[in-house]
Design a protein around this ligand. Structure first.
Ligand SMILES: Cc1cc2nc3c(=O)[nH]c(=O)nc-3n(C[C@H](O)[C@H](O)[C@H](O)COP(=O)(O)OP(=O)(O)OC[C@H]3O[C@@H](n4cnc5c(N)ncnc54)[C@H](O)[C@@H]3O)c2cc1C
Length: 434
């Protein structure tokens, strides 16, 4: 039988593996980690807390994927109404702020509305994300809210970003919506995600556990060399493996340097691809009513994290009875904002700021505190990306490495997109065998 090797064991790799079920091929998934799941892994602590690798919920509208995931946990999932909130200079506001300003100082609302109204008559050329923000919301709002958030979350100025990733992610209100949201409390949500599903037990990773039983996987197998001429993979543990077709979901800046004979211009292009990393600070507290919000956004520059989430609100089984949990995300990037210190250095600053924003109280009993690192978190859509990606993907296409997933396609993929991209890559790999 011919063999298709798949690099990775995350959503994209499982999409590929599932697409190949029923084909007369051997399929083996390889991962450098000692666990499967990639970005969708969950960490279950002996004290009864479950934290995902960054907040993960399923909001896919794809009914096929919904059914797949429901079946993967035998129908045991929570269906939850999404609650999102914003923190700005001590104010807590529903999401998105642009239609929920009620409660902000009158001066602030007046400036936002004045600017918004002027700007709506004065649309200018959009060369970057900052221009887009100013056109959409007016300069005052842009500079005081999303520009600051972008610098924290995307680790760079919105001037350095393109606009092709925005889609429904940023809500563009009418003047009437802005006015209504300023004059009265919010009544309805305009967020593009209104609800989500989440496994009842075991964290998001439970979606993958049944799948993992039916797939050949080799964990602790870090690919260090790919010889496409001999179709040979070499792993850090000394093992070598042949393949007839190859699918890869590993991050492009990791993949390219491992390919024997990759030309210098392709290596340089892979190096120009920017991605944020994230320090996750997980805190378990002996109090469940920390916040009603599943996700909270923080705009202020002097608050170390840009988002927090509440794992015990995704599923009550994510924390022991009577306890609550909060996960804070602090972003960095090799290209724009390198990590200052070790992940553990962020634990105390995060706990200090959780108290400043009112999620924790001084007398709260903290029963768990830990830091974890995400090396690759969000693709940064900077102006280098389109050309660098064209060069890298062109090279991979030429040598027959079928890329997929958030970090193989280098796109703003959610789990369902990653899964589907794995299916597409598997089809291309099958084509390579013909
Ligand atoms: C903070 C955060 C929150 C998110 N929240 C959501 C959400 O709420 N809902 C949602 O749908 N999506 C969410 N996403 C997106 C989602 O995580 C991704 O779309 C998806 O998990 C990516 O899967 P993947 O298989 O493409 O990549 P990964 O899961 O990263 O898989 C790549 C695999 O390659 C392995 N690997 C790397 N290098 C090597 C090597 N040299 N040799 C062998 N193996 C290697 C890695 O260990 C990893 O297992 C979120 C992402 C982040 C970062």
């Amino acid at each position: 039988m011919k063999k298709i090797a798949v690099l990775g064991t995350g959503m994209a790799a499982f999409g590929a593996a599932h697409r190949l079920v029923g084909s007369p091929v051997d399929v083996v998934l390889y991962d450098k980690a000692s666990f499967f799941g990639g970005q969708t892994v969950s960490f279950r602590s002996p004290s009864g807390f479950t934290f995902d690798k960054g907040p993960h919920v399923s909001f896919t509208k794809d009914e096929r994927i919904q059914a797949l995931l429901a079946d993967a946990v035998d129908g045991r999932f929570e269906t939850v109404q999404y609650k999102l909130e914003n923190h700005w200079k001590g104010h807590r506001l529903p999401h998105p702020v642009q239609t929920n300003m009620h409660g902000l100082p009158v001066d602030v609302m007046a400036k936002v509305i004045d600017d918004f109204a002027r700007q709506s008559l004065l649309q200018t050329d959009v060369r970057n994300y900052e221009d887009w923000l100013v056109n959409a919301y007016g300069r005052y709002f842009a500079e005081n809210f999303p520009v600051q958030y972008t610098e924290k979350y995307h680790t760079t100025s919105p001037r350095n970003l393109t606009t092709d990733w925005i889609g429904p992610r940023m809500y563009r209100p009418s003047l009437e919506e802005v006015l209504r949201g300023a004059l009265a409390p919010a009544t309805s949500s305009v967020h593009y995600i209104t609800g989500f599903r989440y496994p009842s037990r075991g964290g998001f990773m439970s979606y993958l556990e049944k799948w993992a039983r039916d797939v050949a996987m080799k964990l602790s197998h870090e690919v260090v060399r790919i010889d496409t001429k001999r179709a040979l993979l070499t792993f850090a543990n000394g093992v070598q493996a042949h393949y007839d077709a190859l699918v890869s979901s590993i991050p492009l800046p990791e993949l390219v340097p491992r390919i024997a004979g990759a030309p210098d211009d392709v290596r340089a292009a892979a190096d120009r691809l920017a991605c944020s990393g994230c320090v996750l600070v997980n805190v378990g507290v002996q109090r469940p009513d920390l916040t009603p919000a599943h996700i909270s956004y923080y705009y202020d520059r002097d608050i170390v994290f840009s988002r927090t989430s509440s794992p015990h609100l995704m599923s009550p089984h994510n924390a022991p009875p009577g306890c609550g949990a909060v996960q804070a995300e602090v972003y960095f990037s090799k290209k724009y904002l390198p990590l200052a210190g070790s992940p553990a250095d962020y634990v105390q600053p995060v706990i200090r700021d959780l108290k400043r924003v009112g999620l924790l109280r001084e007398d709260d009993r903290i029963v768990l505190e830990e830091a974890r690192l995400i090396d690759y978190a969000n693709i940064i859509f900077d102006h280098d990306r389109p050309e660098a990606l064209r060069i890298v993907h062109g090279f991979l296409d030429d040598i027959g490495i079928r890329h997929c997933g958030r970090y193989g396609d280098w796109a703003y993929y959610w789990t369902d997109d990653s899964y589907r991209s794995g299916e597409v890559a598997a089809e291309r790999a099958l084509g390579d065998l013909r």
